[in-house]
Design a binder for this molecule. Structure first.
Ligand code: BGC
Ligand code: NOJ
Length: 811
């Protein structure tokens, strides 16, 4: 069942009824100011850091769900309604929510009044704009009131929801004309405040929540709105809010608009005040004056659309499959930008107060982002690398504002550093910017320790070699990619973190997954060394890759698939000898991607085992059988009920690993069928089962051992976005940046048909027309560049701003 449809022409998903199976959200903002906005206008906003600088309050896990947002209440002769339906949920005559690239539009009507609410964060401005366009579609004149509403957060979102003995006393606001200023803590250690303004004369305002709502009322029964009268309240402690009341009169057919701006402003430390205790409003005035007319808003919206059209034009597909086109051209790339910006911090499943930026998460996010804005990818790489330790290990997380490693979580996740090599290789392949390797980057943010990024890569690679176990396989440490396989953390205490209670230093628990990852990144690493003039080191690295390959083939093979690990007692994990957890997806994906066992036939066998034992209607589960009891020696994985999360859930992140692995074997049909199973556009039809947004990936879909098989959770902030784009763009469609050019190597179903990709690459545009009338899954027979034959399948770097026509014949 569907709850809307894709409007590809406008790059929008159109939600046609408000009661979606879960709140379906969008993200506004791409630089410093960000908002989350649901299909009923719920959500919140923050400046740079969702924990430290949150502008508006949001109560997670609230009842009813998704209560709190930027709300507009219409009181039309006693009929009170919201253009986003919630919170009043008054039945509407029509409702539509269009989530687009960095903006959302609610278009609703009631009793001959049509209201269009357009929400967006303009490029280059630290604010959220909401424009309400109101049209009288009736034959009678109309006079009604519009009440706005936001509830301010006292900046630190964690403190805001815990420290009430203090917080109920500190709230402060100012009201000046049409603008409301939230200035809690501005008198003391903050130099920033929030402003909420509107571009029309107001009839009243409220800044105190209790006065506006009534103490015992919810957002769905605000006294002021229902009575049609603002209280002109000035908050003093308790809960500061922002609300304006504007009366609007419309002749039949007439249309008017109101523009609301909610912004973040900073003042220099020595210029905070206009007069004693009166904030310096200059930055706010400047911000508000930038969005007071429809023309200004229209041009800011236009600029936002151009920005996105420009970004997305870097990779555009034209194939016979419209679902594939919309994912590749619009939504998957969009989600890659959002995951790059947010890491795993703020979504409807991540509270914004939990995790910082993950070392491995951010490194993997690069795979789907680097072609969009390479300069930002470069900065990110240098930030991540600066949280690496001198011994090559890494802080598992760092904080976005300070960019410092997070001490509470620490290090010891032994896969982390290898992802840095992965990310840097992807960056250089995209840009050809070898200079990044010579950048001086500190270790653990200590400036004096700085060395080149190349040196960081060496330490990453060597860290694995310096930490090998009894089978010459990498020691796992606290966990590898699978944060829940905690082989050295024997946790018995409720509430304790499974990952960080490393209390069982076996020194022998080994990961076959890390071994596969090592072999996968090794050749690129060796290439980087060779091209940096380090021939001997390059050869040595390749020897180590061979040694690791041998170790996997010898002690990492279980007969029909690759083993997952050896635990703290040297026992096998992910083996047919195990009673549960016999087979795991991760090493199958990575070992085959790395080419391990391809010539021996093991790779093929491993993937066949995946299809035989792990595949389901809705995607490939992480492990089989799921664990049914808690295992001290395995940790968090066995804490999840069977079929959820890392315990037999369909962990979407590593489904593309299998899809890519299939392309390594040339099995295009299988690669594409794995891709489609978890791809949102293909599961749109089962939205009532799947429940999360049909335009973005979720981290997990419940596996077959769960009662709610097929139900997704944790949408938006997942490495699945980057991996799926990497898979489809570089391996299925096969347009793959390499150090020396653009490799063309599609691996598709035989009946996929012809397709065209327009790809911007290092300053030139390549229009690549793929002819597969031969109905092959893989193989390029011939290729021409502007009519001239190209030997092999690598397009040279043209880099001259020109457009080239590339004709590729598969066969
Ligand atoms: C989740 C993992 C996640 C980890 C982060 C666990 O509870 O299951 O998916 O990586 O927390 O710390
Ligand atoms: C989510 C985490 O963000 C990621 O780092 C981890 O690899 C996966 N879960 C698997 O546990």
């Amino acid at each position: 069942m569907k709850f809307g449809y894709f409007d590809d022409g406008r790059k929008e998903y159109v939600i046609t009824r408000p009661d979606t199976p879960y709140p379906w959200i969008n993200y506004l903002g791409s630089e410093n100011f960000f908002s989350l906005i649901s299909n009923t206008s719920g959500g919140y906003c923050f400046y740079k850091d969702a924990r430290m600088l949150r502008l508006t309050r949001y109560r997670y896990n609230n009842v009813p769900t998704d209560a709190g947002g930027r709300y507009f209440y219409i009181n039309d002769g006693g009929t009170v309604w919201n253009p986003g339906w919630a919170p009043l949920k008054t039945p509407l005559d029509s409702y539509e929510c269009r989530h687009g690239m960095g903006y959302s539009v609610f278009d609703s009507s009631k009793n001959g009044l049509r209201v269009t609410q357009t929400a967006f964060v303009p490029i280059g401005a630290d604010c959220e704009v909401n424009r309400l366009t109101m049209k009288n579609t009736s034959a009678e004149p109309k006079s009604f009131q519009v009440f706005s509403f936001v509830e301010f957060c006292l900046w630190n979102a964690y403190d805001d929801m815990t420290n009430f003995q203090r917080n109920f006393n500190i709230g402060e606001v100012e009201v000046a004309g049409k603008a409301i200023y939230h200035k809690t803590e501005y008198r003391e250690r903050r130099n920033h405040y929030a402003v909420f303004g509107v571009n029309a004369p107001i009839d009243g305002f409220d800044t105190d929540r209790e006065s506006f709502l009534g103490l015992y009322n919810g957002f769905d029964k605000p006294d002021a709105v229902l009575e049609g009268k603002s209280r002109n309240s000035v908050a003093s402690g308790w809960a500061p809010i922002g609300s304006h009341c504007v009366r609007v009169t419309l002749a039949p057919g007439e249309e008017k608009s109101l523009i609301y701006v909610l912004g973040y402003c900073e003042n220099p430390e020595d210029d905070k005040w206009e007069s004693p205790n009166v904030v310096n409003k200059a930055p706010a005035q400047k911000l508000l004056s930038a969005f007071t007319t429809d023309a200004q808003v229209d041009s800011a919206l236009e600029r936002l659309k151009e920005y996105w059209n420009g970004l997305l034009s870097n990779y555009q597909l034209d194939s016979a499959d419209e679902k594939l086109n919309r994912m590749v051209n619009i939504w998957n790339q969009y989600q890659c930008m959002v995951t790059f910006n947010m890491s795993r911090s703020a979504s409807y499943f991540e509270s914004g107060i939990g995790r910082g930026m993950g070392f491995r998460d951010s490194a993997q996010d690069l795979l789907g982002f680097v072609h969009l804005i390479p300069s930002r990818a470069r900065t990110r790489i240098l930030d991540i690398a600066a949280t690496q330790m001198e011994d090559g290990s890494a802080y598992h997380q760092y904080q976005p504002l300070t960019k410092r490693g997070n001490h509470e979580v620490g290090s010891g996740f032994n896969d982390d550093s290898l992802w840095l090599i992965f990310g840097v290789s992807a960056y250089i392949k995209e840009t050809g910017d070898w200079s990044i390797l010579q950048e001086q980057v500190p270790f653990n943010n200590v400036d004096a320790s700085a060395d080149t990024l190349l040196e960081h890569l060496k330490r990453s690679f060597d860290h694995v070699l310096n930490n090998l176990g009894p089978h010459k396989l990498p020691l796992i440490g606290r966990a590898d990619w699978n944060d829940c396989l905690n082989l050295n953390c024997f946790s018995k205490t409720p509430g304790e973190s499974f990952q960080t209670c490393a209390n069982f230093e076996s020194g022998i628990a080994e990961s076959v997954f890390i071994a596969g990852l090592f072999v996968a990144v090794g050749p690129d690493y060796a290439d980087i060394l060779r091209r940096s003039g380090l021939k001997q080191e390059a050869e040595h690295a390749l020897c180590e890759v061979q040694n690791m390959t041998d170790a996997i083939l010898k002690d990492g093979w279980d007969g029909e698939w690759f083993l997952r690990a050896y635990d703290a007692f040297g026992d096998k994990v992910g083996s047919r000898d195990c009673d549960e957890g016999k087979l795991f997806i991760e090493p199958q994906g990575f070992c085959v991607m790395a080419g391990v066992g391809v010539k021996e036939g093991m790779a093929q066998r491993a993937l066949d085992s995946v299809h035989e034992h792990l595949d389901t209607e809705y995607g490939i589960v992480l492990n089989w059988p799921s664990y049914t009891s808690y295992r001290l020696n395995l940790g968090e994985i066995s804490s999840y009920p069977p079929g959820y999360k890392e315990n037999g859930g369909i962990f979407c992140h590593n489904n593309p690993w299998i899809s890519i692995a299939e392309t390594v074997l040339g099995r295009g049909d299988k690669a594409f069928s794995v891709y489609k199973k978890t791809c949102p556009a293909y599961t749109e039809e089962i939205s009532e089962i799947h429940r999360t947004e049909p335009y973005v990936y979720a981290q997990m879909i419940a596996g077959r051992d769960a009662p709610r098989h097929g139900e997704a959770k944790n949408s938006w902030l997942t490495g699945t976005a980057a991996w799926s784009f990497y898979d489809v763009s570089q391996f299925i469609l096969g347009i793959r940046p390499q150090f020396d050019g653009l490799e063309i190597d599609p691996c598709i179903p035989a009946d996929f048909g012809n397709f065209t990709v327009e790809r911007k690459f290092r300053g030139a545009t390549y229009r690549i027309e793929i002819d597969n009338s031969a109905k092959k899954c893989k193989g390029v027979r011939s290729m021409t560049l502007d009519g001239k034959p190209v030997a092999g399948n690598l397009l040279p770097v043209c880099g001259d701003g020109q457009k080239y026509i590339v004709r590729v014949t598969m066969g």
